[in-house]
Design a protein. Sequence first.
Lengths: 446, 274
Amino acid sequence: MRDQRDYVLRTVEERGIRFVQLWFTDVLGTPKAFHITPAELENALDEGMTFDGSSIDGFSRIQESDVLARPDADTFQLIPWHGHDEPVARVFCDIFNLDQTPFEGCPRHVLRRTLERARSAGYTFFAAPEVEYFCFADLEVDPSRPPRPIDSRSYFDLTGADRSSDLRRRTVLTLEEMGIPVEHAQHEDAPGQHEIDLRYTDALTMADTVMTIRLVVKELARQDGIHASFMPKPLAGVQGSGMHTHLSLWQGERNAFFEQNDPDGLSGVARHFMAGLLHHSREISAITNQWVNSYKRLVLGYEAPSHVSWARNNRSALVRVPVVKAGRPESTRIEYRAPDSACNPYLAFAVMLAAGLRGVEERYELGPEADASLYDLSPEELAARGVGSLPVSLNEAVDAMEQSKLLIETLGDHVFEWFLRNKRAEWAAYRAEVTPFELSRYLPVL
Amino acid sequence: MATPHISRRLVESRRLVEVARTSPPLLCFPDPLPGEWARPLRDAGYDLFCVSGAVAAAAAERGGQEVWRGAVVCAIDDMTEAISLCRRLRRREEPVTPLLLIVGRHEIGELKLRNDLFDDFCVAPLHPGELSARVEHLFWRAGQVLDEKVIEHGPLVLNLETYQASIASRALDLTYMEYQLLRFLATHPGKVFTRDTLLNRVWGYEYYGGARTVDVHVRRLRAKLGEEHAHLIETVRSVGYRLAHGVGASAHRGADWEPVDGEDPLGTTRRSAG
């Protein structure tokens, strides 16, 4: 710890850093930050910074509202977009109680705790998400009309198209400068939609990375007068923004999902893990898809999963087993396709891991692979095959979560209860709204 | 974190031993130099040779000790002898430099018109660290740094003192572990390390990521090195990693060189919206 601290302090001095941002995340995955001067940094590294948590979503408690943000010196990193004249750095924080015990509302702790559980079972957990987002032409959000994508096919604006690919290229370069290797980045199917695929890392680093990416994407877009959004379904009629996540468990240098003697190359661990994900998918939905709007993405017809099934190379399945290139058994992995880009990555990775691990521990049986495209099946056919479906609304997801022992254990009482309360309130507010859908559909005829 | 500490200390103490073996001693007056001053100098790696005055210094030179790394002369107890020693050291064919003179508060006036006899002076009483800090600074000014503390490998430069790394003169913004990994590889250029070895030597503790963490950090380092220099860190198939041996390694990638994304477990093409 001493060395890391000295490294940070020395770098701040050598690079003439003017401000250090202490980053942390609330329970809903919103990034939060303090800005401190280098003079305050030494103290922050040694003792942490005390702040009033009552203003942070999910941090409020009845008695003591003060908590402590302690920088994780490992995550210290210069922020490239502030330029080199007055450099700014960031460091992620863990939140502690004043008595130095981990604060139960801190999402990083929730993930750490779950990773610890995997580790005691001998596994390390890796994640590689594909982050999708939209770029819109207007910085100011006007809720009275749909947002305008910067390179909308209907507009077919050449300069717009150039701007958008240029922005994506700069985004990738900035990420690489911050040590975030990008597997690839591309324009997605919907107008104005982009995707950045990341190379795998351990899940804690990856959750930090997702937070960083959202900030980088939004900030670089903003500098260009563009509004970038990770909203799961900002436009009706086109695909939404998912965060398909590739998962693997490792035992030392060995991929625990790979089995040479299996015809599919999948180990028992992989099958149990998949069974765990499928079995608990309804319960973890409220975390992987946490907004009212999330459930508008999970509808038929837009390549998003809505049925609880697995398949090798069928993109309508909830769990997909990507084809592994010959001679690359270490690439064996599974892809969980429910999460959207607006989830809290710490909590989402934690519940995916917890669900899979439960399957491994309890040796859940994996059902048969879905062979036909599930989109083509009628509800009766689905029922006949025993294929369940994901919750169709936040309300249904919260109901499923409320019954889940797995989630209480994984999230802890504090996060579990706060989250349920918050999401019940969100649903209640949504339910009280009269939407344009209702007005256009009912007002003329009723 | 125990291992990196130890390994660094080993590396540095080895370097100091080499310096001591190859560089001449630091001449000191009086004999013995008071312990409170001798100790920090020895700790900083200097070999001390104490003399009782100008005559003793001359005798030592005749006896085979011809070169001095520099001199620390304390004038507090015997100003006259100290000045005569300084004069002797400066009037040699090759004057001894740097020369640090220690005086008491009341002898400051004596320095007048004697500026040619010393490079710097300090006034006793001294903080224990001041003496070696001043000596080190004098050496730095003279361009002879005792312990280099800079690793250069082709376009890659690591300053171990300031923790700063650069590639082709461009500063690299590294996280702590990225820096430690690069430093470890750069300290042993050309030598191949397995993931487990790197994990043990660089991380030194069980990390969440396990051995695959090394791959992740190598990838992040390569991203920061940039496309042009990413190959500085080579993947040795089925073994591990090494720092490319020799600067020319960039021109011809050996048979054991694997593409940057060759070992990616999650690396097949993925694509799909939704």
